[in-house]
Design a protein around this ligand. Structure first.
Ligand code: IVH
Length: 706
């Protein structure tokens, strides 16, 4: 298969016969369906899939005889594969939704409704379309008896044990519900913040990352081990029932209200609700498109439903989808741009990372001009060449990623990118170890590595020296004022104050900060060594166990070091190599000369004052703690408890959404971040988990974005 087969508007359609194209699309759509639903590893963007399906639909509308038995426009997802999870078979299939790919298709939907009903509907219901997995929950006598994925509509997977670990899924319905059998439908998904947290932890453990929250949710739910599901903090929104009339409601909004009464979570932003005209529906769709980044979970469109349930049966369903609802999809966050260069970055441990430099393009409000190409194999697989046009997306809607080259736009004569076998910075051989995707510069004194190590040594996760950034590291090295990281302890005011952007005041401040770092905790020094695989967590373990740097060094200089059971073999190997390497001896001797003091029990304390410098104000009633307790929590995290909002306040914590509280009004006026008690408790939990200040802030940034 060539890349341009993905595109619906290539010359293919003109040259090959339409019939061939239809048969190609049949196979291709089936393959993409399986990649998406069974393997949780899609090859193309959802919007590209939608385009292919739309093209297929148009072809077979003209030539119904080309349809096959398992025609892709009638497929709903894909049947589960493998014998991992037990399967269930439904008598009543769980359907999909038809899609509207633009506003004119939304209007087509409303036209179809009008025609089918014989009158203009009085009311529609809109709800964000959550990007997770469809799940059906069976309740017998108000008790959860079975939970199943949609699968291909008829066959799904039995995920009851896993569903029981999801807090939003009630195991027992509230008494307001009917006694017999009810089947509730909804979406299991992962919040953006939980997704970021999960990938952050996986990266630290060297595990493969999930591509997006949907894949992470699928991987967490389609699991043989419910303990894993339970750790992942999956969420559930109910959005319907197999037979909504069991609620006694005559409209969709009342059915949703009933679900809420029974104990389900129903999405309740201003985007969910009934609308009295199509004009209003489109207005909501536009504002949801603009606001989607600010929601705490991923949405990929908006579901529009005829609000009057009593008319649904009159409209009926097709093989694939009901006629009374449509999924209006957002335009893709894709852009085409040209690759101007492929640069190679050299990391702290020598990894050569190819980075594509591109003509700047706008995607979803951000200007993008660079994207990592990850490693040598990735560049080769995607065959990205300098001068190529590429399809660019924002992966997980955040990180720019090159999807593929636009083959038909390639100019003749572009040469394949030749990955260097020498370090572009120092010229030393860059080698690949067997089974490793990454090529590395092996020169310990490569200027790029030296600079990255110095920057890391003073960074927040190591010695945390305020006012010492990448630029200063670069200057100090090029001025030869610093050669090894510990040289920073020899810097004088005279050395600093003549440097660009420094001056007397900032030099004095920096010297003071450097002096404070002399007594930083042991784990910070260990992390600052830059030993591969020894990050914050391992450094804390080592510090706790060995208590001092000389002890640690003594142990790992031995032929057979006695390590801690929680530290992996590869890490031990790296520590041994580091301390025995002639290249590191100056640095190690220098560190030993510093006589690092280790205050007693320091390692057991709350890690790293994770919220140091953050200022909080509380207002209104708290549910789970008193004001005094809140104050103690704040102080235990190293943050500051303020009594009034000022320009220095970072967060106002309140459960009130609106009201007359002066603090709330001032915070709103000042643009202070406003969070509720639940968010604050989440933030505390993360901080106590010891992820470190940077991680907590990264994650929190996502949490409070809404
Ligand atoms: S359906 C019953 N509502 O979209 C009235 N589906 O193609 C219509 N989905 O995989 C409500 N969010 O899991 C509905 N708010 C939402 C949805 C939603 C996500 C998914 C669903 C299915 C697909 C349908």
């Amino acid at each position: 298969m060539t890349n341009n087969d993905h595109s619906p508007t290539t010359n293919d359609t003109d040259t090959k016969s339409k019939k061939e194209r239809a048969s190609f699309l049949t196979r291709e759509l089936k393959r993409h369906n399986e990649l998406y639903y069974q393997k949780d590893s899609p090859e193309i963007e959802d919007s590209e899939y939608d385009q292919l399906l739309r093209e297929y639909e148009l072809l077979v509308r003209e030539h119904p005889e080309w349809r096959t038995e398992d025609s892709p426009d009638e497929m709903v997802g894909a049947a589960p594969v493998g014998a991992d999870l037990p399967q269930i078979t439904r008598t009543e299939p769980m359907l999909s939704l038809d899609k509207a790919l633009n506003e004119s298709e939304i209007l087509d939907f409303s036209g179809r409704l009008e025609k089918g009903l014989g009158f203009k509907p009085k009311s529609y219901y809109t709800m964000p379309k959550f990007d997770g997995l469809a799940v059906e929950l069976y309740y017998k006598n108000r008790t959860l008896s079975l939970a199943a994925t949609r699968g291909d509509g008829r066959q799904g997977e039995n995920i009851t044990a896993n569903a029981l670990t999801i807090k939003d899924i009630p195991t027992k319905l509230a008494s307001a519900s009917p006694a017999e059998e009810v089947v509730v439908r909804g979406e299991v998904f992962m919040d953006k913040a939980d997704f970021a947290r999960l990938n952050y932890a996986r990266e630290a453990q060297g595990l493969p990352l999930f591509a997006n929250p949907r894949n992470a949710a699928a991987g967490s739910l389609r699991q043989l081990n419910p303990d894993i599901t339970s750790e992942r903090n999956l969420k559930f929104f109910a959005y319907g029932l197999a037979r909504p009339e069991v609620t006694g409601a005559e409209t969709y909004d009342l059915a949703m209200a009933a679900l809420k009464q029974w104990g389900f979570k129903v999405e309740n932003s201003s985007f969910s609700g009934s609308r009295s005209s199509m004009a209003q529906v489109i207005e909501i769709f536009q504002s949801l498109s603009e606001e989607r980044d600010n929601l705490p979970f991923e949405v990929d469109g908006m579901v529009i439903t005829l609000n009057d349930l009593t008319k649904w049966s009159r409209l009926g369903t097709t093989a694939r989808a009901p006629r009374w609802a449509v999924a209006a999809k957002f335009p893709a966050r894709l852009a085409e741009t040209k690759v101007l260069a492929i640069n190679i970055q050299v990391g702290r441990f020598g990894s050569l990372t190819p980075v594509a430099i591109m003509s700047p393009v706008q995607i979803g409000g951000a200007t993008i001009s660079q994207a990592s190409l990850h490693n040598e194999d990735d560049v080769a697989r995607k065959d990205v060449r300098v001068g190529d046009w590429v399809l660019l997306k924002r992966a997980g809607d955040i990180i720019p990623d090159i999807v593929r080259v636009i083959a038909e736009k390639r100019s003749p004569g572009l040469l394949p990118f030749k990955f260097p076998t020498e370090c572009p910075v120092c010229g030393s051989p860059a080698k690949r170890r067997e089974g490793d995707a990454i090529r590395k510069c092996g020169n310990y004194f490569c200027p790029a590595k030296v600079q990255a190590r110095l920057t890391h040594f003073v960074s927040q996760n190591a010695l945390d020296i305020d006012g010492f950034g990448e630029k200063l590291a670069e200057t100090l090295l090029s001025e030869k004022l610093v050669k090894i990281p510990t040289d920073i302890f020899r810097l004088t005011l005279d050395n600093l104050k003549h440097l660009p952007r420094m001056g007397q005041k900032s030099s004095e401040k920096l010297i003071a900060a450097i002096n404070r770092a002399r007594t930083a905790e042991l784990w910070r020094f260990i992390n600052g060594l830059s030993v591969p695989l020894v990050g914050e967590t391992v450094s804390r373990l080592l510090a706790k166990h060995y208590k001092s740097l000389p002890e640690l060094i003594k142990e790992f200089k031995k032929e057979e070091p006695q390590s801690i059971s929680t530290i992996g073999e590869e890490t031990v190997k790296n520590l041994k190599a580091f301390f025995n390497d002639p290249c590191t001896q100056d640095f190690i001797d220098d560190l030993l000369g510093l006589n690092i003091v280790q205050p007693q029990a320091q390692e057991d304390a709350v890690p790293d004052n994770p919220l140091k410098g953050q200022k909080f104000v509380f207002t209104g009633k708290l549910n789970s703690m008193t004001r005094q307790e809140a104050k103690r929590k704040i102080e235990a995290l190293g943050a500051e408890f303020q009594t009034a909002i000022s320009s220095t306040t970072n967060y106002l914590v309140t459960n009130e959404e609106s009201g007359r509280s002066k603090k709330l009004l001032k915070a709103q006026a000042d643009g202070t971040t406003i969070i509720n008690e639940e968010d604050f408790l989440k933030m505390e939990k993360e901080a106590l988990n010891g992820l470190g200040q940077m991680a907590v802030r990264d994650i929190f940034q996502l949490l409070v974005k809404s």
